[in-house]
Ligand binder design. Structure first.
Ligand code: CA
Length: 230
């Protein structure tokens, strides 16, 4: 399975921050911005798996932007979940339909949001959605938030879990520290590159208990690679 990248476009700081926390908890890679200009800038470099888009935004509204990106072929497949306020927006939303995969009326419960996100991602044609990533004798269950090696449950921290999720989704590929920061921590968080080394060291320490510290390999002068093959 793939490490899902979610783009959040929401101008209210409190809601945006809440969304980041909730989605990172369930191991999504999250990028959060507060307006359409920043969102467009992000899209120019990265194709997210889903966009969580607020209806009312400064300058260009979420609805207007959704219309625009739906006209461009490369963005047509990205599922969009719209966030709207109760009342007038909600009524318009029902009539809007075009290009929106689902919508949520504020305030909503984090649980419901996560359930809708999973449902939309499952439906989206791009992925064969599965909550489990299996590589060699390792299984990472994203729903139960559990990593196992053979029959043994591995005791990992949330960050180590996300690192493993990313690595297991991209076996045998080499990633730089910057790429790992972007993909595992998300670009909305400021962390120094050496923090990556610290977490890799901790992860290896955990894997050492299972004699598998060789799974995460250092590629000198470049970064790190995960591989079940020596
Ligand atoms: Ca708003």
């Amino acid at each position: 399975m793939h490490n899902f990248i979610i783009l959040i476009v929401e101008d209210e700081d409190a809601i945006r921050e809440m969304l980041v926390v909730v989605l990172e908890q369930v191991s999504f890679t999250v990028h959060a911005v507060s307006n359409v200009e920043e969102a467009q800038h992000f899209l120019n470099n990265t194709l997210p798996d889903l966009i969580l888009l607020d209806w009312m935004l400064p300058n260009i509204s979420g609805v207007e932007w959704a219309r625009r990106i739906r006209k461009e072929q490369i963005y047509q497949e990205i599922p969009i979940i719209m966030l709207t306020a109760r009342g007038e927006e909600e009524d318009k939303m029902r009539g809007f339909g075009c290009g929106i995969d689902d919508y949520m009326i504020k305030p909503f419960s984090p649980r419901e949001l996560v359930a809708r996100l999973h449902a939309v991602l499952r439906r989206s044609s791009k992925h064969q959605w599965s909550p489990k990533i299996i590589t060699g004798d390792l299984t990472l269950d994203t729903e139960q938030h559990r990593l196992t090696i053979g029959e043994q449950i591995v005791d990992v921290s949330p960050t180590e879990f996300r690192l493993m999720q990313f690595f297991m989704s991209h076996p045998d590929k080499v990633f730089t520290r910057t790429q790992l920061l972007d993909q595992v921590w998300g670009r909305s968080v400021y962390i120094e590159e050496r923090t990556v080394d610290v977490h890799i060291r901790r992860l290896r320490k955990v894997l050492e208990n299972y004699d598998r510290e060789d799974l995460v390999q250092t590629v000198r002068g470049f970064g790190y690679r995960f591989s079940v093959n020596q």
